[in-house]
Design a protein around this ligand. Sequence first.
Ligand code: HEC
Length: 173
Amino acid sequence: MSKLTILTVLGFLFVSASLFQSCDKDDDSSTPTEFIADNTTFAGFDTWHLHTTKEGVDPANGGLHDNNDSTVVRKIYIKDDASRVNGAYPVGTLIVKHAYSPDFAFNQITGMVKRGNGFNPTTGDWEWFMLMPDGAIATDANGMAMRGGAAMMGGACNSCHNGASAKDFVFSK
Ligand code: HEC
């Protein structure tokens, strides 16, 4: 073999090796089986991808989010603009809804996190959250973090979001 051929073959091997390596890297970063949010998870949610801004009454949503008030604005933020893959959002998907009246007398921030690992099996293993304006997880009068699955808010989050079961329980996307 000439020197040139040897160099070409070596070059080819090098390129294929790097290609294989990058495939391996992708495999390593595959989605985790469970994502457990903490107080830092939602920090800066208002810098995430703003998926949509809704205004006006939404008949599907008269209860919790105060969408029966025509002045309330609802912004839906989706971290990294996550999308469903084969019908389900990946574990670790983060979505925040900020609903507020023009004078902020009503100012509600709710979150949903694809927690996975059988956390909330009737409703896609989503975990529900009530959040503070800085993204910290809100606490109730007893100091308990306002987060949970099927039992959250007496089951209200689960039962209403069942209306979006065809979209993995996410209404807006
Ligand atoms: C009365 C029905 C109802 C209840 C109860 C409810 N939601 Fe929603 N939610 C909706 C609707 C409808 C939307 C779609 C956005 C819109 O129209 O403003 C929505 C949107 C959201 C979104 C944005 C993602 C999406 O599905 O579009 C989050 C996050 C969210 N809700 C969290 C919660 C949490 C947390 C609870 C419980 C504490 C809860 N929701 C309870 C009806 C409800």
